[in-house]
Design a protein around this ligand. Structure first.
Ligand code: ADP
Ligand code: MG
Length: 268
């Protein structure tokens, strides 16, 4: 039997109420199914407005889905009361596009990273600070930055703090929503390499949301292509990105420009 997926989403539906009385409600996610296994990266790709972030919010149960199921390690989350969800949440952590928005502007870096450890009741005066220092090193930051505020950091440094904070709760799954799109192109490759390095040998699963197919080719084991709230094509990354079956995937690929050049840049 294959191992139980970390995350398994089936027939997920997310609707938003109409913004005006005369308008129709928006079905942002319309029957999405996907799964992420331990140690695997599933890239969810699609144009802006295709429903990627709504899928993420529902998978994390930050917004309760209107229909469908969300299982984490086989356990159904959709019916769980908030108190029980709170116990599951540390294991599935988000990383957002805006590196500054994800951190409290008045909290020093070390306190941002310490917060999830405290929230889990694992903080001790002896081991807490060392754990924070270890996490900062793990994401490639000088622990000396611990006393800084997010406003004193670059976008790339800030996103590394966000990743350290996500790792602080010892997750099994990261759901990353365009994690490098807001960063300066010169620091993107460093953060991408950090993410692939963190995964290696760790069993950490990634649901990696991106509109950038050149980047996706670099990180993904499998790819799911989303359009108008639905998955139109999915499969092994190599197959979907080199022999796409769906016309929409072909369109996305042709719009993403020459793959080799872009991948070469990401590797540098
Ligand atoms: N809070 C909201 N209220 C109403 N409509 C929303 C809201 N969030 C997203 N939408 C709509 O849902 C659709 C999918 O959005 P989103 O999940 O953000 O897509 P993506 O992340 O792929 O850009 C879009 O049409 C968007 O306008
Ligand atoms: Mg989005």
């Amino acid at each position: 039997m294959p191992p139980i997926p970390l995350l398994e989403v089936c027939d997920l539906v997310v609707r938003y109420p109409a913004r005006r009385r005369t308008a129709a409600p928006v079905t942002a996610v319309d029957g999405v199914s996907l799964a992420v296994a331990p140690g695997e990266t599933l890239a969810l790709v699609g144009e802006s407005g295709s429903g990627k972030s709504s899928t993420m919010a529902a998978a994390l149960m930050l917004r309760r889905p209107d229909a469908g199921s969300v299982r984490f390690e086989g356990r159904e989350l959709t019916g769980l009361p908030e108190a029980e969800l709170r116990a599951v949440r540390p294991a599935m952590q988000p990383v957002f596009q805006d590196p500054f928005g994800a951190l409290s502007p008045r909290l020093r870096v070390r306190d941002s990273v310490a917060e999830p450890i405290r929230a889990q009741g694992r903080w001790t005066r002896e081991e807490g600070p060392a754990e924070v220092e270890g996490l900062l090193r793990k994401v490639g930051l000088d622990p000396g930055l611990g006393g800084r505020l997010p406003g004193d950091l670059s976008g790339g440094q800030c996103q590394r703090v966000g990743i350290a904070r996500a790792l602080a709760s010892r997750p099994k799954l990261l759901i990353l929503d365009e994690p490098v799109s807001a960063l300066d192109p010169s620091v993107r490759a460093g953060v991408v390499n950090l993410l692939t390095g963190l995964q290696r040998g760790s069993g950490l699963g990634y649901l990696f949301i991106s509109h950038d197919l050149a980047l996706v080719r670099h990180v993904a084991h499998r790819v799911a292509v989303m359009r108008h709230g639905r998955i139109v094509e999915s499969g092994p990354a190599e197959q979907v990105l080199t022999e796409p079956e769906h016309p929409y995937t072909r369109l996305l690929l042709s719009a993403s420009g020459p793959m080799d050049t872009a991948a070469g840049k990401a590797a540098g």
